[in-house]
Write a protein that binds this ligand. Structure first.
Ligand SMILES: Cc1cc2nc3c(=O)[nH]c(=O)nc-3n(C[C@H](O)[C@H](O)[C@H](O)COP(=O)(O)OP(=O)(O)OC[C@H]3O[C@@H](n4cnc5c(N)ncnc54)[C@H](O)[C@@H]3O)c2cc1C
Length: 494
């Protein structure tokens, strides 16, 4: 049995990491159990990375409330946690009378939700904002933006860690039981079972994303129906971002935002997502037919989508909580005092869970504070510094960095100009992550045009060397995704 905790959060996506950070503001012994080898390995790293304006959700819902609140606090979060965020705005482009009516309804709904900066614009203004876009008019959301979802999550998690939260990766929670605590026969602790031992805790927080129903069932809160909606994407090469100043969306339906084109904070463009209902929550392959359909559909909005510019694809799966008729429900964030006291249960945290992660976390921690007094952590420090990006520095700054540390003069990833110093900083990250994607998401190495053809083995060797591991111990991303599984030819022993 591991030592006892006040709170254990299950899941290190953006929501679990945000909750961990909020908890670290208080004098609590907190841990996060994550089944993957890093933060942000599931839905939080597989999305459009758009900071939504808050107009797309029904009035009075938690989705609307947390989206507007999350949007408004993004500059502060970005400056505290040192992750890229650009308030670039976005447009929803229409052509028909029905499109216009839907945009007017969306504007009205946005106003009720407290979303600001919404304006209907004509074709001329639309073309001033996004030159090549195809459409007759649009709703312009000036407060929408884009961020780096990996670095947002890494920032939240690293800051939580620096403020005292322990992170355990490769720790899948496989069962939850209870054991008596102290002399009061009605009091109990939760015991969380993992393949690496049991964890005892007073409070549990279910932030398991696609695993939310399984954890909810383990807590005894049964009956939720959660379906998966898979969205596929294509990524276009970095130069394309210069042609797309802001995300371009079609007019949304009530339940689906439609296939859109979105610039990333680093200048790539993502095209997607479609939306397929899936039962398998672990298959992330992107079929060619989906890629072709995405390119065709998005070309009706923005004509710069060509095969030769497509460098990669990815997909993400939304956990949608639905009722018995299949109607999508609001976020559920609850403490069922009668069934599972001291368990904060989050179900169906789909979009806009990235935008709303911190308000969601504040609300979840608020549910704990309603039930017991929490003492503030006087040492809480909200500031986390990321890895200095050499390629983004001025010539003078680069010269200074090289003078201080010659590893800045050794470019490991040519496409993205990532230096040995940055790779080493990522390898020695505070969370102890040692996968290839752990380095990729923290530095952008391997994300360029050659898609790691040049630098992958150099980075793999640096991981071996720095961490004292053998080549067969390095994983690409998930458990078991070995980069090298053995030698083709052994040297004969003499
Ligand atoms: C296609 C798509 C597009 C989207 N676009 C946007 C957007 O533009 N803007 C926006 O605001 N939102 C967007 N979203 C929604 C957003 O990505 C999610 O709401 C958010 O990432 C949810 O975060 P999470 O931490 O709840 O889930 P996750 O990131 O899935 O984290 C849950 C974690 O729990 C872990 N876990 C699960 N079961 C267990 C277990 N038994 N034991 C231990 N660990 C476990 C998982 O490994 C995972 O790391 C999009 C989502 C998708 C799929």
């Amino acid at each position: 049995m591991k030592e006892a905790y006040d709170v254990i959060v299950i899941g290190a996506g953006v929501v679990g990491s945000a909750i961990a950070r909020e908890l670290s503001r208080y004098q609590l012994k907190t841990a996060v159990l994550e089944k993957n080898l890093d933060v942000c390995n599931e839905t939080s790293g597989r999305n459009s990375a758009v900071v939504h304006g808050g107009f797309a959700y029904d009035e009075g819902t938690l989705k609307a409330r947390f989206c507007v609140a999350g949007n408004q606090m993004m500059e502060q979060l970005s400056s505290e946690l040192d992750f890229p965020f650009i308030r670039c705005g976005k447009v929803l482009v229409g052509n028909t009378d029905e499109d216009m009516k839907q945009l007017e309804r969306t504007m009205a709904q946005g106003a009720k939700n407290g979303a600001t900066g919404l304006e209907l614009i004509d074709e001329e203004r639309l073309h001033q904002l996004v030159p090549a876009v195809v459409g007759k008019f649009a709703m312009w959301s000036k407060t929408s933006g884009i961020l780096d979802p990996f670095l947002f999550t890494v920032g939240l998690a690293e800051n939580a860690h620096a403020n005292g939260v322990s992170f355990f990766f490769d720790h899948q929670v496989t069962g939850i039981s209870r054991e008596p605590a102290g002399s009061d026969s009605s009091d109990f602790h939760y015991i969380l079972h993992t393949a690496h031992g049991d964890f005892r805790t007073r409070w549990v927080v279910n932030a398991a994303g696609l695993g939310c129903k399984a954890i909810s069932d383990m807590l005894g809160i049964t009956g939720y129906r959660v379906v998966g909606s898979k969205g596929n994407y294509i990524i276009l090469k970095k130069q394309m971002g210069a042609l797309l100043p802001m995300p371009v969306y079609p007019v949304p339906s009530n339940t689906y935002m439609g296939i859109h084109v979105t610039p990333t904070v680093d200048g790539n463009v993502t095209v997607g997502p479609d939306a397929d209902l899936v039962d398998d929550f672990s298959y992330y392959g992107v079929p060619q037919k989906n890629m072709d359909a995405l390119a065709e559909s998005a070309s009706n909005l923005w004509p710069h989508i060509h095969k030769e510019d497509q460098i990669r694809n990815f997909s993400g799966i939304l956990p949608k909580w639905v009722d018995e008729n299949g109607v999508i429900q609001d976020f559920k964030i609850e403490v069922k005092d009668d069934i599972a006291p001291r368990a904060v249960n989050l179900v169906g945290i789909e979009s806009p869970g990235l935008t709303g992660a911190v308000p969601i976390a504040q609300y979840a921690v608020g549910l704990i504070k309603e039930r017991e007094a929490l003492e503030e952590n006087p040492d809480f420090n909200p500031i986390r510094k990321g890895i200095t990006r050499f390629a983004a520095c001025t010539r003078e700054e680069q010269a200074k960095l090289i003078a201080e540390n010659p590893d800045y003069s050794d470019i490991i990833c040519q496409c993205e100009e990532i230096t040995r110093a940055e790779i080493l900083a990522a390898i020695h990250n505070p969370l102890g992550v040692s996968t290839m994607t752990g380095i990729k998401y923290r530095t952008r190495a391997m994300m360029g045009g050659c898609q790691s053809g040049f630098c992958q083995m150099k980075i793999e060797q640096l991981l071996e060397q720095e961490l004292g591991k053998s080549e067969t111990e390095i994983c690409y991303s998930r458990k078991g995704s070995w980069i090298l599984s053995g030698k083709l030819r052994e040297e004969p022993s003499v």
